[in-house]
Design a protein around this ligand. Structure first.
Ligand SMILES: [Zn+2]
Length: 98
């Protein structure tokens, strides 16, 4: 299983994203966690939200921190910026979990 995010998606990955009910569930959970807004710091956009993998190591058994919710605009931004902004939601998640 490739773990590098720069690699082209494998057929397994595409199948997983398209057809797996498990992924659909995780996707909704990620969106719920984000409150259905973009998680990029200072954005708060709600258009064209997508759940994007930050890490692929646990593909199929993702942890919340492996994913980030981004809006259409932010998805087009450099991925680096999304990663840079990640602490904002990590903090939020920690406090939500108490
Ligand atoms: Zn955004």
């Amino acid at each position: 299983m490739p773990t590098c995010i720069d690699m082209a998606p494998t057929p397994e990955y595409i199948n997983y994203i398209r057809f797996s009910p498990v992924w659909q569930m995780r996707r909704i959970q990620a969106l719920d966690r984000a409150g259905w807004v973009c998680e990029t710091l200072g954005c708060g956009g709600i258009e064209g939200l997508e759940v994007q993998h930050i890490a692929y190591d646990r593909l199929g058994s993702e942890q919340p921190e492996d994913m980030v919710v981004v809006c259409r605009d932010c998805r087009e931004e450099a991925f680096d910026r999304i990663l840079e902004n990640r602490p904002s939601w990590v903090d939020r998640m920690d406090s939500a979990m108490g």
